[in-house]
Structure formats: C-alpha cells, structure tokens
Design a protein around this ligand. Structure first.
Ligand code: ADP
Ligand code: MG
Length: 378
C-alpha cells in the first residue's frame, strides 16, 4: 500500500486531474501533474506542475522518479509515455486499457468480442470503405473520428448515403466509424472501481441528458428497473474484468426506444457523469481513484442523497459571468468551478451538484436557477 505522505503523479491536468489532486491532497498525499498547458486547472492545486509535452523524456523521468505511482485523467496521453512510466512505477489504469479506450474502432471490436451490444457501425479508413458503407449501413448515421473525439467533437451527422462523402471530407478523411443513429429512450452511465485483487465496487447508475453532444445533466439514481440496473452493472463488470482493469472506469450506455441496451463508449478514468459522487456519495470517484492507485481497500460507494449534476458550460459566460448570488440563494446547491480563465462556448467551466429529497426536487431547483440565469431549459 502506498500511504499518505507519498507523492502521486497524474498525466493530464484538466478538471479531472484537478479533482483527483484535491482528493489526494485531502488524504495527505502530494501530487505532481504533467500537462503541457501552463494554465491547466490541476496546476493550481498540485504540489508541482511539470509543464511539458506528454512525451518529454526529462519530464517523464522526473515524474517517475518522484512519484510512488502514476495515474491519468486523459485517454489521449501517448501510449509510449505510459509504457515508460509502467516500466518503473505502478501505472493505473494500464496502457493497454487506455489504448483500447482511445480508439473507437478498437473499443467497439473489444466490446463485441466480449459479447456486449454495440450500435451497428462500419469502419472507415479509406475511400473504398465509404462506398461499401453507403450500401451496407442504415441512415441516418453519425460519422465519428476513431481518435481524439470528446464532447461531440470530431462527429458529423450523416442524413443519407449520399451525404457520407462530404461528411468524411469534413473530418479531413481521418479514420472514423460510421454509427447508426439510435432513437434514444435514455442515456445511462455507470462508474465502477476495480482493485488489483479483482474486487469491484459500483456507483449508482446515472441518467444523462446531453445537448448537442455535451453532457448537460446527470441524475442519480436513474429511475430504471432493477433488471436494467443489473444489465448495466454486469456489462461494466465484464469490461473491467476483460481488461484486468485497475482503477476507476466509466461506461456510457444507450437505451434504445425498443429496449435494447448498447454500450456507447468507455472512459478509463473518472467521468463527468460521476461528478455527483463528490457531494452525494460516501467516497467520490476521485477518492476511489486515489485508493485504487495506492492499493488501499476500495471505499464505500453508497449514495447518501439523491442528486442532479448540472454542467456549467462556457456559453453561460457569453455576456458576463453568471450571477453567483442567485445560485447561493439555494442552500441545496454545491458549486464546483475549475478556475479556467477563458470561457468558450461548450467548454466545461464547472458544475453544480443539487442535493434533494428526491431527484425531481433537485432538478426543480436547477431549473429555477436556469430560469434566473435565462439559460434555456432542456
Ligand atoms: P463523446 O466522446 O463526444 O462523448 P459520444 O459517442 O458519447 O462521444 O457522443 C456524444 C453524444 O452524442 C452521446 O452521448 C449521444 O447523446 C449522442 N450520440 C452519439 N452517438 C449516437 C448514436 N449513434 N445515436 C444517437 N445519439 C448518439
Ligand atoms: Mg460520450
């Protein structure tokens, strides 16, 4: 076990890295972060910020020499960097698990191999694949780059077969997957943690509302049948076991109108839809990331209060900063701001957790705040 007083490293210094660092420091660990952005959110709370590219040999050497173990908050860290760290220190999750999650085509092949449902798709690597997909796929569909996509970026809607060529050009003919567009009943996600000895704990399933490809609200617990809950949990467990995963893992699901459950994607790290755990669970997903990294026993995931998480996107800053006084009028709301200076449309600036007697009431408080802020309801 790596105990308080030790130094932990993290590859990536975004808001997930910041929240990891806060959890680790609260537990008495020091934190070093490697991120090329001078102003990355984690830098403000880390003991040391190595401001360098992820494949910078000197920075990687410093990180591995000083840290007892290293984790990541970001699936696009180059594989070579993670392999370098892994040779010297516990690196959790493993480079192998991250490599699968960073490529949509590999991820889907892996999920199919272990017997899980994925949305019907075709791989697009070359012009010939475009022609075959025009015949083999059903439209409307969505073309997604296999790598570097997030918050709906790197995705283009394709209404019919004729539109596929233009869509692929719009993505600079990058490797992509063409996915059937599902008529969604619900979007669900689960965060789980798995220890090196194979023990697993599960957070309650969240229902997620997205707007234009970006998460808007997460509602926990999701109002779903026990049968569906079990299906979500057992799918996530199967994924973690097949990857021999150690760390925090999130799995996103689509529930189609006809009741079919599809795995949408996996994230080898804490997840935006798990931010509710910070205020509403015994241990947050970030506490759990510290525990799995350090080989501590897993923490209790119990939900203490129904909760709704609302993302604060840069759009809200369009004219001026939101009126925080209005937020503070509601005693059930807990504000988390990541300290990002530039507010761009769609950029995740922070989030609010609304705790309530039930999720309807928690949601109603957020809707009231949105009204005050003249931010459209969804
Ligand atoms: P990202 O990596 O950007 O989160 P996702 O594949 O999860 O990419 O897509 C973002 C959102 O776009 C999803 O949560 C969902 O709301 C919508 N979406 C993506 N793919 C589909 C699909 N095949 N059918 C219907 N909606 C989809
Ligand atoms: Mg997603």
């Amino acid at each position: 076990m790596i105990l308080p007083g030790a130094t932990l490293g993290i590859l990536g210094g975004g808001q997930l890295g910041q929240m990891f660092a806060l959890a680790a420091r609260r537990m008495g660990y020091a934190v070093w972060v490697l991120d090329p952005d001078q102003e990355c959110p984690a830098a403000a709370v880390a003991d040391r910020h190595l401001c360098a590219a992820y494949d910078d040999q000197e920075a990687l050497a410093a990180l591995t020499n000083h840290c007892a173990a290293v984790t990541t908050e970001f699936e696009n860290v180059p594989a070579a960097a993670m392999v370098y760290v892994e040779a010297k220190r516990p690196m959790r999750p493993s480079p192998h698990a991250v490599a699968i999650a960073q490529d949509r085509a590999q991820e889907k092949a892996f999920l199919q191999d272990i017997g899980l449902n994925v949305v019907p798709f075709a791989s697009i690597k070359q012009a010939q694949d475009v022609v075959s997909a025009q015949f083999s796929m059903c439209f409307p569909a969505i073309l997604k780059t296999t790598r570097f996509g997030y918050d709906g970026k790197g995705q283009v809607a394709v209404e019919n077969a004729e539109g596929l060529e233009a869509a692929w050009s719009a993505l600079q003919e990058a490797e992509a997957v063409l996915e059937a567009r599902i008529d969604l009943q619900q979007e669900l996600s689960i965060v789980i943690a798995r220890a090196a000895d194979g023990m697993m704990v599960f957070y309650p399933v969240a229902e997620n509302i997205h707007h234009q490809g970006v998460l808007d609200l997460s509602i926990a617990p999701a109002q779903i049948t026990e049968h569906l809950q079990n299906a979500v949990r057992s799918s996530a467990a199967r994924i973690a076991e097949a990857l021999d995963y150690v760390g925090v893992l999130a799995v996103e699901f689509f529930l189609a109108q006809d009741g079919t459950l599809f795995v949408n994607e996996i994230a080898p790290r804490p997840h935006n839809s798990g931010h509710y755990t910070i205020d509403a669970c015994v241990h947050s997903q970030f506490d759990q990331q510290v525990r799995t990294l350090c080989g501590l026993p897993l923490g209790d995931t119990r939900l203490i209060s129904p909760v709704v998480m609302m993302n604060l996107l840069g759009d809200l800053w369009e004219k001026e900063a939101p009126h925080w006084q209005q937020l503070f009028q509601h005693p059930q709301l807990k504000l988390h701001l990541y300290g990002k200076k530039a507010a761009r449309a769609g950029r995740k600036m922070g989030h609010i957790n609304a705790l309530g007697i039930d999720t309807q009431r928690a949601l109603a408080v957020l809707q009231a705040l949105r009204q005050d802020w003249q931010w459209p309801q969804r």
